[in-house]
Each structure stands twice: as structure tokens, then as C-alpha cells.
Design a protein around this ligand. Structure first.
Ligand SMILES: [Zn+2]
Length: 196
């Protein structure tokens, strides 16, 4: 896990948004390999093991191969320039390594990736497991929801919460219609919306 990601991590527990305190035990090139995250409000602690931050069990949603390739996802997200974070949820995390080269200088968060996806030990991709998106509201430049997540109301809420106003969410599933969501387009079970 990229050590600077700690700034936008938030406790996944059901209480008002709260940052987490990092106690790193092993850090290699700004990536935390081993350590612990603790919440000052509820006292919960979460381990970082083999570079993976475990902030809770993932939901029972199978990670499937994404319908889009990295180039298409980058185009739909409309993210240009370096800096900031993009979150890839479920099967979308399979695009992480390729997206890291397309979105140069943008840090990627692979949330609940299919087995076998690792952060690679570098600082381009952070791997997290959690039952929600454990990030600060309005903190990321884009969210990609893989199959299953892109049609789940709770995960749609989470994506909307963490993306910066005016920026985009790409998802798989039927196009969601919600207040404050501007639909930019959809085709073949992939949709793009902009947070109002
Ligand atoms: Zn907490």
C-alpha cells in the first residue's frame, strides 16, 4: 500500500468519517509492506499484510474480466494529467497494471481485486480489501466499478461519495439513474456518469 494513501483512508466502520492512524512496520520505497491501521474513534485495527491493507472482508461478488480495456476506461474517466487517485473495484482491478502505464502519475487503488492481483510492490497500485470504499468523501479522480459492484446500490452510493464533484464513475451493469448523477453515456452494459 502506497504510504501517502493513508491521507485519504477512512475507517470503514459505521460512524462519522474518521481518518486512520498508520503504524508501519516495514516500508519499501514508500510502499507499506507490513503494518497496522487504527481508528481513533472506534478503536478498530486493521492489518497490512504482504502490502495489502485489510479493512474488512469483501462482499460476495465474483471478480470477472472487465468488459473494457484500459485505454477505453481511461478515455471514459476523462482523467488527464498526473496526481491523485483512481479506484478500481472488483474485476476492474484486473486493469490496474495496464492503467498505471496509461494514467502515468495517477495512483490506483485496487479494491477487492480478483485473486492474483498484487500491488507489485511498487507505488503505482495499492491493494485493499474492504466491504465498502474506505476513502475520504470527495477524494478521488475516478471510480471504476466492475461487474456486480456496478449494479449494487450500496456500491453506487460509495462511488458517488468518494469521487470529486464534476468527475466520473464508470461501471458495468444497467445504467443507474439517480438524483445528482449526470449520465454521459452507456453501451453494452457499461455506463459513464458524472457526479454533479
Ligand atoms: Zn472507526
Amino acid at each position: 500500500m502506497f504510504i501517502e494513501l493513508t491521507d485519504v483512508l477512512r475507517c470503514p466502520a459505521d460512524h462519522p468519517e474518521q481518518y486512520l492512524v498508520l503504524l508501519p512496520e516495514e516500508v519499501v520505497d514508500r510502499a507499506v509492506v507490513r503494518g497496522e491501521l487504527g481508528c481513533p474513534v472506534c478503536g478498530e485495527t486493521f492489518p497490512i499484510e504482504d502490502g495489502v491493507a485489510r479493512l474488512g472482508g469483501p462482499p460476495d461478488i465474483a471478480g470477472t474480466v472487465p468488459a473494457l480495456d484500459a485505454g477505453a476506461v481511461a478515455a471514459f474517466l476523462g482523467v488527464t494529467g498526473s496526481g491523485g487517485y483512481v479506484v478500481l473495484v472488483g474485476g476492474a482491478a484486473l486493469l490496474g497494471a495496464e492503467l498505471a502505464t496509461v494514467l502515468d502519475g495517477v495512483h490506483l487503488v485496487a479494491l477487492n481485486p480478483p485473486a492474483g492481483v498484487t500491488g507489485g510492490g511498487g507505488t503505482d497500485v495499492s491493494v485493499i480489501g474492504a466491504g465498502r470504499i474506505p476513502l475520504k468523501a470527495g477524494s478521488v479522480r475516478g471510480v471504476v466499478l466492475g461487474a456486480g459492484y456496478g449494479s449494487d446500490p450500496a456500491w453506487l452510493d460509495e462511488a458517488h461519495r468518494v469521487v470529486l464533484p464534476g468527475l466520473r464513475i464508470v461501471g458495468e451493469g444497467p445504467e443507474p439513474a439517480r438524483e445528482g448523477w449526470e449520465a454521459l453515456g452507456s453501451a453494452e452494459d457499461v455506463w459513464v456518469i458524472r457526479r454533479g
